[in-house]
Design a binder for this molecule. Structure first.
Ligand SMILES: [Zn+2]
Length: 258
């Protein structure tokens, strides 16, 4: 059964099969997502994944959904109002301590659900340490199936830069918390500073440590998002969330049999 970790009593937790049960830790973020989408966009998506996963996994699937970690590593957004970030070492230590407690109670399998790309490098390093130090099997999954054809098909034609805070992410928030989206304020963003240098990510192979100010509005002002969110809809968001949950299923079934 898939349950919220925090909903169980101590006695119920004692009954949980710790060898078998996967603890999924959703790693969210509290950071700017353009003019139109809320600071908690990644946290809302992380929360929504629980309901979407419940619909896709067998009813008896043994998984506990840990409370969403509401703040992550968002250094690249820190100059936009409201963005909150942990330092890399703080983030590492916090997740390490949570996992050490889980290990102490006998859990063996942890699945990190990365809901903000900036969190991934720390979680990758941490996962190897957890395995080496505690014998924990730590797996890393991503909350967004952004490369899936069904998801790509939701993006408006010509919106080629869609990425952070763009049409896809805004659609997902519209599907679960429409009251928090102010679509009338949406302004498109593109990586203007590097438009002529195709070797630099996201289209090339060389990364320079992006900050979101590198993404500019049509006037050349920092806007901090990639793509044009103006075509976002709740229906598209529902498709993206459903497809993303479905994409996680084969990996989760493998983790169960690990
Ligand atoms: Zn996001």
């Amino acid at each position: 059964m898939i349950q919220n970790y925090r909903d169980l009593t101590r006695l119920e937790m004692e009954q949980i099969d710790k060898e078998k049960t996967i603890v999924m830790i959703p790693a969210g973020a509290l950071e700017q997502h353009g003019n139109q989408a809320p600071l908690g966009t990644d946290d809302f998506i992380a929360e929504a994944m629980l309901d979407y996963l419940k619909k896709e996994l067998p009813e008896d699937f043994p998984m506990l959904y840990f409370p969403v970690i509401p703040v992550g590593l968002s250094t690249e957004h820190k100059n936009f109002c409201g963005s909150i970030t942990l330092k890399p070492d703080t983030y590492y230590r916090m997740l390490y301590d949570i996992c050490e407690s889980l290990h102490h109670h006998g859990f063996k399998k942890i699945a990190f659900l990365v809901c903000h790309g900036g969190n991934a490098p720390i979680i990758q390093v941490l996962s190897r340490e957890l395995r080496s130090e505690f014998g924990l099997s730590a797996f890393i999954l991503s909350s967004g199936a952004f490369g899936h054809p069904d998801v790509k098909a939701t993006v408006t034609e010509g919106n080629i830069w869609d990425f952070h805070g763009g049409e896809m992410e805004t659609s997902m928030v519209l599907a679960v918390h429409p009251e928090c989206v102010k679509l009338e304020t949406a302004v498109a963003g593109r990586p203007d500073a590097f438009a002529d240098n195709k070797a630099l990510l996201p289209y090339g192979s060389v990364s320079i440590g992006w900050v979101s100010e590198d993404w500019k509005d049509p006037q050349g002002n920092p806007i901090g998002i990639g793509g044009d969110p103006s075509g976002a809809t709740a229906e598209k968001g529902d498709i993206i969330l459903k497809t993303s949950a479905r994409q996680l299923v084969p990996g989760l079934l493998e983790i169960l049999n690990w």
